[in-house]
Write a new protein. Sequence first.
Length: 289
Amino acid sequence: GKGEVCSLGKCATTCGANLKQCKDANSNDVCVDTKNDPSNCGACNTQCAAGKVCQAGACEVCSAAPLFAMRSVMKHSRIAVNNSGFARGSGPWTFEFWVRIHGLYATSDPSHPTYGHLFDMNENYAAYAIRPIVSYERKLYAYTYNDTSGPWNMSIKTSPIPALDTGWHHFAMVYDGDGSGRAYLDGVLQGAQTGLAPIINATSTMAIGSAAGYFPGYETAPVSLGGIRYSKTARYTNTAPFAPASSWSVDENTIAQYLTKQGLGDELVDEAGGDNNGKIIQGWVVELP
């Protein structure tokens, strides 16, 4: 209406936090994130050239693949990660990681043959949890689970990753804390939902790969994982494509971070400095460049 702007797909009187009011191609007032919007990069109406994307307010070429990574080599590959600070309740969060589907083995889970697991927060119960997985169509699946299924859970699938594509991809799940959630693949918005109410608790360790407790039969997706970051803020709010970084600096919103400053050793080290290291149970090995 008159005197309103479009902010994150909704009519509002002012732009939200970290957004700037600019004009779109039709001279309408819109709210944009100038840190990531290639049409308003660093300032309104600053357009990035072809082949470049907007990253941290500057036009840059796309980020390189992760410097450090690990690879699953069996159907029940598992790392058990401590979960101090993982509980977010109904607050905002971002869960993101770099992934490569290597397809070195096939999953054959009799109860859920169409899925391969990536992460299971609260692996002994798997409720009130963030649980991204891979579907049989090679789609990355942004999924949360309270104690029952329902429209309050995030449920967004990406476009399929082609069978011959064994390259690296960045995947991010974002919840604003106000009922809105989004999923991004390689900096491109894959879907958005409203009316969400995911509750994220920390009742047991997070499994990377196959969970030990509630879903012990579910199998690990045949993947390699690069940088992993869990944050207590909605880091990506834009609808325009952006360049995801392959490495991040730890800041006040970082809950836990892995595989950006160092590779897999005797354990998976939390680079955020907390006690959220991961114990290698079986099946995860260093991914060589």
